[in-house]
Every structure is written in structure tokens, then in C-alpha cells.
Design a binder for this molecule. Structure first.
Ligand code: AMP
Ligand code: MG
Length: 344
């Protein structure tokens, strides 16, 4: 009897001591460790050329340098999988085996599905089978030329997103013989999303990723205000025309000044109207703001082709999508965004 009450007391004392130590540890964690780590958050920023553009990543975190490098690795992985200018990529394999089923990774399936969804949504203005037309104009190789009408008509026969087949259960894709898949209008946004997803998974609360104008912002700036992103004047790209606040959101711009050549006093740029095979000519730039850069990227290209009326209508129909659409003689800013942008 006596022995058992003694051991009960002993047990109570032990539990009490352990609880006390636990409380002390918690208090020390909140009062000392957390403020210490917060004070030691440092920012790292690096620029690298990837996906044929300059990619700039800034991360504010304790191990920011390592995280920046790992975020770049995410972008590299996407490029190695999806670029049609890398021979070993999955997209290159799909293209070199046109007419046959090709097994690919899940991310390729997902991205092609998203590309086809935007194709439907934009009535074919966004079409990732424009590869043969792009090649004809020399985009990609840099050997630019204005093709003949016959050449364009021939290349257009290979274009048609509805002929891309996906077998999800076997994770396979098939395009018709002669067709060239080109994810250039959506892959950069996807790469930015993958890098942002990686950073969020690693608990990063403040970062900004900019892949040649495809931008994702995580959290706010160090002074606790939203990140600020400039939108260029398409007539003079070194001039910033609008400033957008950005917080846990993405912005992507498609513009006729981003990739082009001049021939016969005319500017021939890289966004092709799949209905004509010529560069879409109505707009100068389209900026899309939404939660995912993949969507913003595909939509900015799609709306560039759709033009002012159909483009602004599509933006109005979509939830949580804002836009700035610029033509030679007009600017349309979606109503919600209008309250937030600063014009310069
Ligand atoms: P972006 O810079 O995002 O507007 O995309 C332009 C790139 O998308 C081009 O360099 C092509 O690789 C590809 N592209 C061009 N026209 C189209 C189109 N109508 N639909 C889908 N992708 C396109
Ligand atoms: Mg795009």
C-alpha cells in the first residue's frame, strides 16, 4: 500500500517536471527562437538565362540562397521536359514521333490538357499546334523570313488543336503526322508556377519570380506593402506605363515587342493567328493578372489573337481574371483592376 502511494507521488512529480520543461521549451520557442529566426531572414536574388529568357528569382527566407537555386532547378526541369528546342525533351519526342502514341510524364499530360482547355475557351485563338507555322517564319531558329502564301497555307494544314489526342490511363499523347506541338505560349507560366509551388511547399512567405515578364509574387514586400510590377509601353518598352500591386498572384504580358523582326518596314512578331498563319495584328500587348501563371500565360497569348472586343469579353466572363489590353488607339482595363493600377 505504502509502496504504491509513494510510486504514485513519484509519478506525479515526474509528470509535473516534464510538463514544466515542455512549457518552458514552448515559451523559449516563441519568445526567443522565432524572433531570432525572423530577424535572420535574408534575401537572395539571382538571374539566369533559362527558357530563352532572363529569369530572376528573389527569395526572402533563412536559407534563401539554397531555395533560389532549387527554384531555378524547378524551371530547368520544366524546360527540359517541355521545350521543343531541346532534343531530349518530351515535346521533342512527341514531335519526332508524330503519328504515333508517345508516353510522357504526368506534368506534360496536365499542361497539354490545360492548353486544350484554353484552345476551346478561346475558339482556337490559342492553339499549341502552330509549331509548323512558327518554323516557317523562323521563330526558334532566328532565320527569319516572310513566307509565301502557299507556304503558309501548307503549314496551316498541320494546325488544329482538336486533333491532339490524350490517353490519360496510359499517359500517352499523339499528334497527327506533320503537326508540330509548340508549348511556347504556356510553358513559361507553368515553369513559374512550379517554382512558386516549390517555394510555398518549403514555407517561403516572401518571394518573387520573373521569367521574362511571366511573374509570380509570394506574399508582400519587406515593408509589408504588395509587390509592384511595371507594365511596359508597347511603343517604347523601356517606358513603364502602369504599375500593378501584386500579392500572392501572377501577372503575364504578351506583346508584339517581345520577339519580332523587321522586314519591308513592317514588324513581324511571334504571336500567330492560327486562322491566317500571320502575326495577329490588332493588339500591341495583353497583360493578364490571375492566381496561376500557367493560366495567365495561355490567356495573354489567346487574347492577343482574339483582339479587343472578343478578348475583353472573355476576361469579363472569367472569374478572378483581370487584364490590360492595349491596341494602337485604345486601352481596356478590366473594371476591378482599374481601381488598383497606377498610370504613369
Ligand atoms: P507568349 O509570349 O506567351 O505570348 O507566347 C508566344 C509563343 O507562343 C510563341 O513564341 C509560340 O511559341 C507560341 N504561339 C504563337 N502563336 C500562338 C497561338 N496562337 N497559340 C498558342 N501558342 C502560340
Ligand atoms: Mg503566353
Amino acid at each position: 500500500m505504502k509502496g504504491s502511494s509513494k510510486s504514485r507521488n513519484h509519478f506525479r512529480v515526474t509528470v509535473g517536471v516534464l510538463l514544466g520543461i515542455g512549457v518552458l521549451c514552448l515559451a523559449a520557442y516563441y519568445a526567443v527562437y522565432l524572433p531570432y529566426t525572423e530577424r535572420h531572414v535574408i534575401a537572395s536574388q539571382k538571374v539566369r538565362i533559362l527558357m530563352d529568357t532572363s529569369v530572376d528569382i528573389r527569395v526572402d527566407a533563412r536559407n534563401s540562397e539554397q531555395l533560389v537555386n532549387q527554384a531555378f532547378a524547378e524551371i530547368e526541369r520544366v524546360e527540359e521536359t517541355l521545350s521543343r528546342y531541346i532534343n531530349t525533351s518530351e515535346v521533342s519526342t512527341i514531335n519526332s514521333h508524330a503519328g504515333e502514341w508517345v508516353e510522357v510524364s504526368q506534368i506534360t499530360i496536365e499542361l497539354i490538357k490545360e492548353a486544350l482547355r484554353i484552345a476551346e475557351l478561346s475558339d482556337g485563338a490559342f492553339d499549341v499546334t502552330v509549331g509548323a507555322v512558327m518554323d516557317l517564319w523562323g521563330f526558334g531558329t532566328g532565320q527569319y523570313k516572310v513566307p509565301s502564301e502557299e507556304e503558309i497555307a501548307q503549314a496551316l494544314e498541320t494546325v488544329g488543336y482538336e486533333r491532339v489526342e490524350i490517353d490519360e490511363s496510359k499517359r500517352q499523347v499523339r499528334i497527327p503526322e506533320g503537326t508540330v506541338l509548340d508549348l511556347g505560349g504556356i510553358a513559361k507560366g507553368f515553369a513559374v508556377d512550379e517554382a512558386a509551388k516549390f517555394l510555398r511547399k518549403n514555407n517561403v512567405k516572401r518571394a518573387i519570380i520573373n521569367a521574362g515578364g511571366d511573374i509570380a509574387a509570394i506574399g508582400r514586400r519587406p515593408d509589408d506593402t504588395p509587390w509592384r510590377v511595371g507594365v511596359q509601353n508597347p511603343d517604347n518598352p523601356s517606358d513603364i506605363r502602369w504599375i500593378l500591386p501584386l500579392e500572392n498572384s501572377c501577372v503575364v504580358t504578351s506583346g508584339d515587342y517581345q520577339r519580332y523582326f523587321v522586314y519591308d518596314d513592317q514588324k513581324w512578331h511571334h504571336i500567330i493567328d492560327p486562322r491566317t498563319g500571320y502575326p495577329a495584328s490588332e493588339l500591341q500587348s495583353v497583360t493578364i493578372i490571375t492566381e496561376r501563371a500557367t493560366l495567365a500565360d495561355a490567356l495573354s497569348t489567346a487574347i492577343f489573337v482574339l483582339g479587343m472586343d472578343a478578348g475583353s469579353q472573355l476576361v469579363e466572363e472569367m472569374e478572378d481574371v483581370e487584364a490590360i489590353i492595349v491596341s494602337r488607339d485604345a486601352v481596356w482595363i478590366s473594371p476591378n483592376l482599374n481601381k488598383q493600377v497606377t498610370s504613369r
